[in-house]
Design a protein around this ligand. Structure first.
Ligand SMILES: [Zn+2]
Length: 345
């Protein structure tokens, strides 16, 4: 007679006086199945995984532990936890800097960069409903008129970033900016099987090239194309102000990383280049377009209660900013090693 693992657990719990009423009753002899479990990588190069995990965690130290944990461990290993944290839902609209506002939702970001001549919106959430029911009311809550949106910069061609762009384009006449590759991606997805097939993409408008700038009302956003997450992921550098003092913000549009060997390698090259670009620009403020990547929602909560001790938690400083991307780079090497790759230095 074989005793299933669940039965053994139940027997052990009973011995310990614990009632496991939440576990389904399992007949003796029945095989156990479908416990949630961490992802496994049967072909992994264990030595390389160890080496790059060690490097990432040591670069992260204690002050980037949470960011390391998300990129290197939770995201690749536990999809249930990812969806438990990164679910669609409302979070309060929040002013992050004198000229930058968070108007997105729990799982995905939208930022409003306010200028003298209008608003540059960065990403447009999942769909028209979220643009109309989340972005627009959030702007109004913060005293910003959505009719002043002049540009919508789409960081990349996944539906959770461009889904509401068509509505903003048609309703407010906003110019929509994306790279050529990701314009193509949005247009190709429309009407086809897949997660974004039901989304009508915005009408093709401004095609950004690497090194282009978008200027409005005395504010200039510098764009870089950083492939890896998508073929034409856009990353942004722009000034923000804290009590009138200028800082430089860097928003890498694809911190979600690649999906296979080729895109992981593209991502490593992009992360390295991004670190050079942002160091040269003096970037000291980290922004990501998914809040869990850097606990943005929790940081916003502290800001909204003025409970930061005077330290804006989005200001990482130049050294910590650089280390964040070194951690991502090592975590991408871990991802390659999990696929069994060698020579990923
Ligand atoms: Zn994406």
């Amino acid at each position: 007679m074989r005793i299933s693992r669940k039965s053994r657990l139940s027997a052990r719990a009973a011995t310990a006086g614990i009632c496991l009423t939440l576990l389904p009753m399992t007949a003796i002899g029945q095989e156990v199945r479908d416990y949630p479990s961490q992802a496994s990588f049967p072909n992994e190069n264990r030595e390389a995984v160890t080496r790059h995990l060690t490097s990432a965690s040591s670069i992260a130290g204690t002050d980037l532990w949470s960011e390391f944990r998300w990129r290197c461990l939770i995201s690749p290993l536990d999809r249930d936890m990812v969806w438990g944290v990164q679910h669609d839902g409302l979070v309060p609209a929040t002013r992050l800097f004198d000229n930058l506002y968070s108007v997105g939702q729990n799982s995905v970001s939208s930022f409003a960069l306010d200028t003298d001549d209008g608003i540059i919106l960065i990403d447009a959430l999942n769909n028209e409903d979220e643009a109309r029911e989340i972005i627009v009311p959030n702007l109004r809550t913060l005293g910003l008129d959505p009719a002043r949106i002049r540009f919508v910069i789409v960081t990349h061609g996944h539906g959770d970033h461009y889904g509401g762009a068509k509505y903003l384009q048609e309703t407010y006449g906003a110019r929509v900016v994306s790279s050529a590759a990701d314009w193509q991606m949005m247009e190709d997805a429309f009407g086809r099987p897949g997660p974004f097939g039901s989304l009508v993409p915005p009408t093709r408008d401004i095609i950004a090239e690497d090194g282009d700038t978008i200027s409005l009302g005395g504010t200039t956003v510098r764009l870089a194309i950083t492939p890896g997450h998508t073929p034409g992921t856009l990353s942004l550098i722009f000034p923000v102000y804290e009590d009138g003092q200028q800082h430089m913000a860097g928003l890498m549009g694809g911190t979600g990383g690649g999906r296979d060997s080729e895109t992981h390698r593209q991502q490593i090259a992009s992360l390295n280049r991004w670190n050079e670009l942002t160091a040269a620009a003096g970037v000291d403020v980290l922004l990501t377009n998914h809040p869990p990547h850097m606990d943005s929602n929790e940081k916003q909560y502290l800001l909204s209660y003025d409970a930061t001790g005077g330290n804006n938690p989005f200001i990482y400083g130049r050294d910590k900013y650089r280390r964040y991307f070194e951690v991502l780079s090592d975590c991408t090497r871990v991802a390659l090693a999990r696929l069994g790759e060698t020579g990923v230095d």
